[in-house]
Design a protein around this ligand. Structure first.
Ligand SMILES: NC(=O)c1ccc[n+]([C@@H]2O[C@H](COP(=O)([O-])OP(=O)(O)OC[C@H]3O[C@@H](n4cnc5c(N)ncnc54)[C@H](OP(=O)(O)O)[C@@H]3O)[C@@H](O)[C@H]2O)c1
Length: 202
């Protein structure tokens, strides 16, 4: 499989490692980093990217940010920026890649535990994660040519110590497990699935 992995942070690095270990070809993408450059917040840069890559079988996204802020204090700019980046950015990855991805290809997007468990200031993250997950659930039934789409929803990664203060009492998940979840989404017939990598349930 030839896979495009967008983002080389803790998740993107883990995804690339697992894919390479399983014999897949990986093209990495970032705004400054990666083999090729594009900004998921700029749909025209995505259209240029996927036209340039040519043939590929899968897109795994591990990029896009959200801002933290309690409802009473979060600004218009924090809301708009978060929706444009992690929300619409991931949707635009799919829209821009769709004309180019191979038959029976796959998209794997990312949400996060803050779709299901809430912390102080997590309302923007919760909203954007549900935006992504809602898109995945609905788009799975609409994509042509046997193309699949799934979403990985991890809790905080063991490697992402800088996020620990925002996740008090959350049990971290190793990046390798997140990478394996992407591999499963990309390599099996599943579609329209939200793969949750967190242990907290009500
Ligand atoms: N880390 C965690 O514990 C965790 C847990 C759950 C969910 N998530 C979610 O997973 C995603 C990735 O998080 P992460 O911690 O692995 O990554 P990260 O540290 O935020 O790194 C992001 C990576 O993506 C690239 N990137 C950022 N914005 C981009 C854009 N607009 N267009 C293209 N590339 C972009 C960056 O490279 P350039 O600077 O070169 O663009 C960088 O390689 C985020 O949406 C995050 O909310 C993370």
């Amino acid at each position: 499989m030839r896979a495009v992995v967008i983002g080389s942070g803790d998740i993107g690095t883990a995804v690339k490692q697992v894919l390479v270990e399983h014999g897949h070809e990986v093209v990495t993408v970032g705004r400054q980093s990666g083999d090729l450059q594009a900004d998921i917040g700029d749909v025209e840069s995505l259209r240029r990217l996927f036209a340039e890559i040519g043939t590929f079988d899968a897109v795994a996204n591990a990029a896009g940010h959200v801002r933290s802020g309690p409802v009473a204090e979060a600004t218009d700019e924090q809301w708009a920026d978060s929706i444009a980046s992690k929300g619409m950015g991931q949707i635009n990855v799919v829209r821009a890649a769709l004309p180019h991805i191979a038959d029976n290809g796959s998209f794997t997007l990312v949400s996060g535990v803050l779709a299901d468990e809430f912390t102080h200031g997590s309302s923007i993250s919760a909203t954007v994660n549900h935006m992504v997950q809602g898109f995945v659930l609905a788009a799975a039934g609409e994509l042509p040519r046997g193309i699949r789409i799934n979403c990985v929803s991890p809790t905080v990664l063991t490697e992402s110590e800088h996020y620990y203060p925002y996740f008090p009492g959350f049990v971290p998940v190793p990046g390798a497990e997140v990478g394996m979840a992407y591999l499963r989404a990309m390599s099996t017939p599943m579609t329209g699935r939200i793969i949750k990598l967190h242990k907290m349930t009500s």
